[in-house]
Design a protein around this ligand. Structure first.
Ligand code: ADP
Ligand code: MG
Ligand code: ZN
Length: 477
């Protein structure tokens, strides 16, 4: 049997306010703090469409090569559940904003095209919590604009699904469409899975599908896909039949749990929303939106690799997180040695980020200061070996690079007199080692170098120290 998978991804849009009212769309807030009569389902409130949300979904359409509908309209999707105060969700059925589209993914060493079916604009539901025999409804999320990106059933493995979600998330982040914070639920996926023989799959005869709802981490998506393929395989191999149903994945123990038998579209009694007029988009408007599309990850990759000459691996590491990439772009505005700056970010800054010492989204120093430090190193004003110590000081204090180097006297000494004085004192303090060296035990040289460097605290160029020490030991000084 062969698995076929289709994905529905919900992404909350980065708008200030909700889709049809002016309440805040910010994450968090006190219970029911971001609510008005409109988004809490009171009768009589008049919705008005958030223009920014429309712009962002069109932007997603351009980023994912969709066709943008010139006429778009909204329907009410009716169902009763306490997270939905008006007992319907405003969504799009007949005329979604974006139709078709595609995304190229790399998985298993192969490049594949995943076709999109549509992207539509709808409102989010509220949040329910349960405790002490009671249930509580918080409608802060109710009415927050969401886009739903629906793929064709084009995936055949967990690996492909993961590659798609990661790439999609990156595009949405770079285009400022969605923050992509899966752990906060601003990006989540429903996964549809079926099994059929290879021949039937090739002929387009897919098996009965199940749908796992609301997966909110890349890891959970991978595990859930794997678990559901195994569950369906077991059913079929033991002579049973898969039934069409909605499932939940228990992240704690990896179990698949049935929620309900799956509804068909007609169960929702979709009908046109009488309060929300259809939108007609003109060429001029679409052009304006297209022009506002920020630089996407692939274009940035080409800029880094082709224009800046970064090694492909370095470019990919920097691009992996938009905060890092933005930081790098700011740093190169101050100093254009792309390669050494990228190296410094990867080797030192990201190491500290990964250790949890600093947060890329809230660095205590500017990209300009960071670039300045690397410039001093490249210009031979600071020893490269102490770059990491200065960076640590920049993390722990609010001092500038210059202040740190001045205070700790870290500048490489131009005047050889200072180096000479230190070396003289090392030679005077270690007569035994000097004697050994002079009688042919060359390996004590390393020890004497170490003593000199300790004294100099990295404030002299290593080659200068070495030359001077050799000269003195050989008695030419
Ligand atoms: P719904 O909104 O009811 O979940 P859709 O028709 O919009 O249904 O399809 C949802 C997703 O399910 C799409 O991504 C589609 O590619 C996928 N899908 C449909 N049929 C199958 C199938 N037999 N196996 C796997 N995925 C499927
Ligand atoms: Mg679905
Ligand atoms: Zn509201």
């Amino acid at each position: 049997m062969y698995a076929t998978i289709g994905l529905e991804t919900h992404a909350e849009l980065l708008t200030e306010s909700k889709l049809f009212c002016s309440c805040s769309a910010k994450f968090g807030g006190g219970e029911n703090e971001h609510c008005c009569i409109g988004c809490s389902g009171f009768p009589g409130a008049q919705p008005s469409l958030n223009k920014k949300a429309l712009e962002l979904i069109i932007r997603a359409g351009f980023a994912l090569n969709c066709e943008i509908s010139r006429l778009t309209k909204w329907e009410r999707k009716n169902y009763f559940y306490p997270d939905l105060p008006s007992a319907y969700q405003v969504s799009q059925m007949e005329r979604p904003v974006c139709v078709g589209g595609e995304l190229q993914i790399e998985a298993g060493g192969e490049s594949r095209t995943i076709r999109l079916n549509r992207i539509h604009l709808e409102e989010d539901a509220g949040k329910l919590t349960h405790g002490g025999g009671k249930s509580f409804a918080d409608y802060n999320r109710a009415g927050v604009p969401l886009i739903e990106i629906v793929t064709e059933p084009d995936f055949h493995s967990a690996e492909e699904v993961i590659a798609y979600v990661e790439k999609l998330r990156q595009i949405l982040q770079y285009a400022d469409i969605c923050d992509g914070k899966m752990e906060q639920g601003s990006l989540r996926c429903d996964v549809n899975i079926s099994l059929a023989s290879v021949a039937d799959t090739a002929a387009g005869k897919l098996g009965t599908r199940t749908e796992i709802k609301n997966l909110n981490s890349v890891k959970a998506i991978g595990r859930a896909v794997q678990a559901e393929i195994e569950r369906q395989t077991d059913i079929i191999e033991s002579g049973g039949r898969v039934i069409q149903q909605t499932l939940r994945f228990n992240d704690a123990n990896g179990e698949i749990i049935p929620m309900r038998t799956k509804e068909d579209a007609h169960d929702y009694r979709y009908f046109p929303d009488p309060d929300i007029p259809p939108v007609i988009l003109t060429d001029e408007e679409l052009e304006r939106f297209r022009a506002a599309l920020p630089e996407l990850p692939e274009a940035r990759y080409r800029r880094y690799a082709d224009e800046f000459g970064l090694p492909p691996k370095d470019a990919a590491i920097i691009l992996n997180d938009k905060n890092v990439s933005d930081f790098f772009d700011n740093a190169v505005k101050h100093y254009n040695n792309y390669k050494t700056l990228a190296g410094f970010i990867i080797v030192e800054l990201l190491r500290r980020v990964n250790l949890g010492e600093v947060d890329m989204a809230a660095l205590p120093f500017t990209a300009g200061e960071f670039a300045e430090l690397q410039r001093f190193v490249d210009e031979g004003k600071i020893n490269r070996d102490i770059r990491k110590d200065i960076l640590r000081d920049m993390i722990e204090s609010t001092k500038t690079v210059k202040e740190i180097c001045d205070e700790k006297n870290l500048w490489i000494k131009e005047d050889s007199g200072a180096v000479e004085a230190v070396i003289d004192s090392v030679i005077a303090a270690n007569p035994k080692a000097v004697e050994q060296y002079r009688s042919g035990e060359m390996k004590v040289f390393g020890f004497l170098m170490g003593q000199a460097n300790k004294e100099l605290k990295g404030s002299a160029a290593p080659a200068a120290v070495k030359n001077m020490l050799e000269k003195k030991l050989k008695g030419h000084g």
